[in-house]
Design a protein around this ligand. Structure first.
Ligand code: 0RA
Length: 320
């Protein structure tokens, strides 16, 4: 058996190599290094907090765009574990933040998973940040660790006491990697609104410290949906001004083999269908078997009903 010391340094090298790979080919991990990739960093961090909501432990997630275009995401979940990771002999927090694919959760058996576009985890965000600070409130203590380009600059330090639990991640994207380092309020708030409909019962907020209103307050919005998808469908028709024919939207949900499926739809006076599909909070713009399945099912049901009532044969006679 190899001794502990050798293993420890070997693990360290692996972690560094992983982060170096991310910095060498960021596109492979976050899609691109343009404005899209820049925003993807935020979505990746949000994902971890949303997972915590899906697990039933987090009700509030706040996003802050700071004056220097750094981002803070806070949640009131259980907090990233800070205890010793037995195998790697370092704080679990450091493992989550620095080991590629360690991810937010150590076991992904839980069936609800909010996936980032590439689902690469917060360590990628860390690797691509000039500076990142993780602050965890857990078990009565406040833990902090700071990193630069993914490399720890401090140990996991206890900096105070707390009666709350949760995680705050603050990061400044590396301007030697990203062609654009200015966050778009519109893009971020649009995503938060969407996430609130996709995750009913979750309170989300955005605060932009770069934009101060007449009263001296930072621009701020909150998003919350009690009805989830049903309200999303109502919102989409309301926003586009399309006249709704049947209220409220049809809303169906079911679960099979640990896969939860939810559908909401309504008819309006337009002749164009407008389908939006998501898998694990991600907009599947090219559709997929989930969308095809829905189409088949609704066509089947309407045809069966129409046939049984002889609606189609009657309609045909009328048209001749
Ligand atoms: C692993 C295990 C547990 C929580 C988390 C990760 C966690 C990660 C993130 C990332 C952002 N916010 C987060 N909140 C929680 C559960 C540990 C336990 O049993 O208490």
């Amino acid at each position: 058996m190899a001794d502990k010391k050798t293993n420890y340094s070997a693990d360290n090298i692996t972690a560094l190599e992983g982060l170096e790979a991310v910095r060498l080919r960021p596109g492979m991990y976050i899609g691109s290094t343009d404005e899209k990739g820049l925003h993807h960093l935020v979505y990746e961090v949000l994902d971890n907090s949303i997972d915590e909501h899906m697990a039933g432990y987090c009700s509030h997630i706040n996003l802050y765009v700071n004056e220097d275009n750094s981002i803070s995401v806070t949640d009131n979940g259980r907090g990233i574990p800070t205890g010793m990771h037995q195998k790697l002999q370092k704080s679990a927090l450091e493992v989550v933040m620095t080991v590629l694919h360690a991810g937010g959760k150590f076991d992904k058996q839980t069936y609800q998973v909010s996936g980032g576009l590439h689902g690469v985890g917060v360590s990628c965000v860390n690797a691509l940040s000039m500076h990142l600070k993780a602050e965890v409130h857990r078990e009565g203590k406040v833990f902090v660790q700071e990193y630069s380009k993914g490399i720890p600059q401090t140990s996991v330090d206890v900096v105070g006491e707390t009666d709350k639990s949760g995680t705050t991640i603050t990061f400044l994207p590396d301007d030697s990697i990203f062609s654009d380092t200015v966050y778009s309020y519109e893009t971020l708030s649009k995503r938060l609104r969407e996430l609130s409909y996709l995750n009913k019962g979750l309170h989300l907020s955005i605060t932009d410290h770069r934009q101060i209103d007449e009263e001296g307050n930072s621009v701020h919005e909150t998003f919350y949906s009690e009805g989830g998808l049903l309200e999303f469908v109502e919102h989409i028709d309301l926003q586009s001004g399309r006249e709704v024919l049947v209220r409220p939207p049809v809303h169906v949900t079911g679960e099979q083999e640990n896969v939860i499926v939810e559908v909401a739809f309504q008819y309006n006076k337009s002749y164009r269908e407008n389908i939006r599909s998501y898998v694990n909070n991600i907009n599947t713009v090219e559709g997929g078997t989930h969308v095809n399945g829905f189409r088949r099912a609704i066509t089947h049901v309407l045809k069966k009903y129409g046939d049984s009532k002889e609606l189609f044969s009657k309609a045909k006679v009328k048209n001749q």
